[in-house]
Write a protein that binds this ligand. Sequence first.
Ligand SMILES: NC(=O)c1ccc[n+]([C@@H]2O[C@H](COP(=O)([O-])OP(=O)(O)OC[C@H]3O[C@@H](n4cnc5c(N)ncnc54)[C@H](O)[C@@H]3O)[C@@H](O)[C@H]2O)c1
Length: 507
Amino acid sequence: MPSPTFAQWAAAVSQRSNRSLAGSRLFPGAAKGFATSNTKGEPFNNSLQSTSETASHEALQAYAWGMTLAQTQEDADFDMSAPLEDITDAPNLTGEEAIGYAAEHMPVLTTLMQRFRREMDFSGIRIATCLILEPKTAVLLRELAAAGAVVGVFCEPDATDQRIADELKREGIAVEANASWNDEEAHQGALRLLDVLQPDIIIDDGGNLARLAIMERPDIASKLIGVAEETTSGIRAFQAMEDEQALPFPVIAVNNSAMKTGFDNAHGTGETCVTTIQRLLGPQTFDGSRVVVVGYGPVGEGFAKRIRSIGASVTICDSNPVAALRAVFDGFAAQDLDQCLPHADMIVSATGVRHTITVNHMRHMREGAVLAVIGGIANELALDELPSFDYHEGAVSTIHIPHGPNLVLLSQGDGVNYTAGGGNPIEIMDFSFAVQASAVAYLLRTRGHLEARLHRLPETCDRNIASVALELRGYSASQAATDNGYHWKLTRFADSREERGKTHTSQ
Ligand SMILES: NC(=O)c1ccc[n+]([C@@H]2O[C@H](COP(=O)([O-])OP(=O)(O)OC[C@H]3O[C@@H](n4cnc5c(N)ncnc54)[C@H](O)[C@@H]3O)[C@@H](O)[C@H]2O)c1
């Protein structure tokens, strides 16, 4: 069997393993023609170089996906020469196996929690979480419980992985989540968690559990040490409450930490949106395809750079001229959306803004073109204005645009990666949950001293997490000189060496 192309390999491995390709080391395999040493025979340090045009192309593809190249199989996270069937099939593991597998690839969270446990006492602290209930979340819950906290979780039915809910229940964690619940059962489940747990801290998603506490369990809300919020939409809600002076507790904006947004949006989302679309339309779908990416924030950029590396011809449409210019400096064409609609094979919205693609835009797309969302708010595509649109037609459906073409719609216009894909990669959630754990530690450390408003975590938290992540990968940050002798009087006009010396010593 011929060895897979990089596009085929990335699609299969990312979707099957739920691992992050970005940040990993790839052993390309002897057949790929990568050299391990330079022309003088000296080994390359941490990255290989190619011996041929084709191999060089493959190396560039790997780099565009955020991978470095390993010299040996032993040094690598992934071995491109290994059969694809050998890759762990994460969605088909049992609940217990899936949590164990996720834990193996979340060393940053576990290392950080070991440190926190030496520094502070978590025992008896009651933590309610409201997060997507999947294996990675279970690792966070297990870590907090192992540190002595009393932990419980609520999750909406459509975000509940039942194997994980069942497994955590067996382990004695309070679980209020069931994939078969209706809206009212879910509402009652969330209230039950608050009543049973009487939380000191809430780890929240969308501000949903904390806002429920304020509205229906004000006694609990008034006693909270604080809330750690995971998402942009939750922070928006808490900001509105702060503006109306209706926020009764401090909220840590976990979402705004560099270790969350800088990796989740650009890498986790960029990567999984590409590989989910490949899963839906075929691994080679981007090869030779003309793709318009609307929105060049971190999500659009992470997506655009990856699909370009596997053969797409990409045009960027961003309404902010600075973002559009940034795209040009990254080597993309930037145009107004109206200009490129008729020529595109695929239009992908990465804005997070309602009605980015209007019905009129759809009317000007070509017959059979693909329409997808990688941002993710309701009606980013104006499907609510299509009278005949049926929301129950599966991950790939055909829609007819009145007085226009038939289009191929992915994931019913919702974000493709979280509706049709396997969720954010494990290593990316390792960072996000390391930020969550840091937020809990920060709330405990500053208990009683934080004002009831939104707070960013101190930058030192991001730096600590990044240092652990670098070290675990065998890398390190550089140490800068602690005193570089800077003084504002020290200019290029200082008269002489002597003068400069005086300025320096008079500091
Ligand atoms: N799918 C996921 O799993 C996932 C994960 C993280 C973030 N997101 C969401 O993805 C969206 C994008 O994230 P980001 O970090 O790149 O955001 P961002 O705000 O940094 O970038 C969005 C870009 O879109 C541009 N834009 C807005 N409206 C536009 C329009 N009508 N036409 C053209 N350009 C327009 C903006 O100028 C901006 O440059 C957000 O809503 C975010 O919440 C989704």
